[in-house]
Structures are given as C-alpha cells and as structure tokens.
Write a protein that binds this ligand. Structure first.
Ligand code: FE2
Length: 286
C-alpha cells in the first residue's frame, strides 16, 4: 500500500464530504503499542496532584496555566478533564487517569509517536489529497476517559491552525473502538464548503488566545453524521469541516490520536497560538 493508498472514488469522497473514513489503516497491534506509550508518557509527564489544581484555579495560577498551554507546541504536556476535579479543585482519581489529552509535539519528541506518525502510507495519503509539502504541526493523544471524558463542541481545525490559503488536515486515528456510546466523532458532510465562522489567535500581549468571530451564525446542528470507527481506522478531516465529539458517559475508554498537518506551501500566521520557534517542522518522511 506504499505507492497509492486512495482510490479515485475515495479522493472524490474526501473532496465532496470533507472527511474520509479508512478502516484498518493501521494494524491493531501498532495502535495498542501507541496506546501503551501514551499511558507511559502520561505517567511520566503528569504533574503531582498538589499541582494539578493549577489548571482550574484563578489569577496567577490561570496565567501559569495559559503559559503551560501556549508553550506546549514544542513539548509533551498533560491537560486534565474538568470533571476530574471535585468542588474543592482536588483530583478525584489517579492523575494519569484524569487526563483529557497529551499535547502537542509527541510526534517530534517521542520515538514511538514519531514512528507511528511518519510512514510511507501516510505520506502517500497526504500527497493524494493534494498536500504539496505536508508538515506535521501538532499531535494530540486524546483519552476520552470512561465517565469523565468531556465533549468537544462543533468547530473547525482551521479556526485554530490558520494558514493562508487554508491547508490544515486532521489525521485522526482510533486507538480504541469509537462508537456513539463512548463519544465518537460527528461531522457535517460537505460542511467544509461553508465559511469558517471564527479564528482563534493570540492576543496583543501574546499571553492568551482570543476568538475573532467572522460569522456569528452557528454551524448547522442538523445533518451531522456519526463517524464510528474500529481500532486502526484513520479518519481524514478537512480543516474547514465542522466536527465534534460527544462526552463519554460509558464505562469504555475512547482513546484516539490526532495529527494536524499543514501545507508548507501555505503561510502559517504568527499570531496562531501554536508557535514552534525552537523545533523545526518536519513532514511525513521518517
Ligand atoms: Fe478538531
């Protein structure tokens, strides 16, 4: 599968719908190895419980939390579920089982994530959907933990990773089975042709992000379709495609790994939140 990955019909479907579901793209064993590594990284990088409250507190602590987030484009950082804390801001459970996600440079800083993220098959897919010089900008390992896994509201990835012209593509890998019960993706077929409603960017002081509303109309709430995915499935998401995922109220985890790639031929804006002054962007080649 290293020369050509997608059929003409699959390429046409991606252009028409703005997403493409590719079951069995990655062998289950490789997904399980990535899953194991993510849990190891979570244990290695999670802050001790007495510091974990920093992410829900106010004032100076909130400023520290913003910095922790804004500098995570070149690091491996831990982000908690808000339902992981009790009313006093203390973690209810074990820290590494309370995480929402790891982000945002595992693909460049961890050898297991690097190898998962850079394969001939992924390079071929990127080429075949029209990326001329793909660069891996951001990786996220999303835990969507049983019972506390939070929802992700409807958004487009271009809102957060803005290039001119738009170029970001999401490569979303199911490392667990994702179903409507445990919070699978939902997407709006053809919605990538709607104007993008908002842009998230750094404020003038570069200390926090702010949302610039370009069109106040909400995305349509009708017509979204669930993208249920067995472990090993790759879902491609056009950067302008409205998508979301529900909360996980089930007792099953819903781990997933997401890579966001931009086209090096497009201009990446310097007031996007994610900046990598020290870590050069690389493509899909090992
Ligand atoms: Fe997204």
């Amino acid at each position: 599968m290293s020369d050509s990955c997608l059929s003409a019909a699959q390429r046409a479907a991606f252009e028409r719908e703005g997403f493409l579901v590719l079951p069995e793209f990655v062998p289950a064993q490789r997904c399980l190895a990535l899953r194991e590594r993510a849990l190891e990284l979570a244990r290695m990088h999670v802050p001790p419980p007495e510091q974990a409250t920093v992410f829900t507190a106010d004032g100076a602590a909130r400023h520290a939390a913003e910095r922790y987030f804004l500098t995570s484009g070149e690091a491996i950082r831990c982000f908690f579920e808000k339902d992981a804390f009790d009313a006093d801001g203390r973690l209810r459970g074990e820290p590494h089982l309370s995480l929402n996600k790891l982000g945002h440079a595992m693909h460049d800083l961890d050898p297991v994530f690097d190898a998962f993220s850079r394969t001939a098959e992924l390079a071929a897919v990127a080429r075949e959907i029209g990326m001329s010089a793909p660069l891996l900008l951001q990786s996220m390992y999303i835990f969507k933990q049983p019972r506390i896994g939070g929802e992700v509201v409807c958004h487009t990835d271009h809102t957060y990773l803005w290039t001119e012209p738009p170029s970001v593509v999401g490569f979303w890998f199911a490392t667990d089975d994702a179903t409507t019960e445990n919070g699978c993706l939902w997407a709006l077929p053809g919605g990538h042709r709607l104007p993008v409603r908002a842009r998230s960017k750094l404020n003038a002081a570069r200390t926090a992000t702010e949302l610039e509303i370009l069109d106040p109309a909400p995305y349509p709430s009708e017509g979204l379709v669930p993208l249920e995915a067995r472990r090993g499935t790759l879902v491609l998401l056009h950067g302008a495609l409205p998508h979301l995922s529900g909360p996980n109220r089930s007792d099953k985890p819903r781990h997933a790994y997401t890579l966001h790639a931009i086209d090096g031929a497009a201009r990446y804006l310097d007031d996007n939140w994610l900046q990598r002054p020290a870590l050069k962007l690389r493509g899909f080649s090992a």
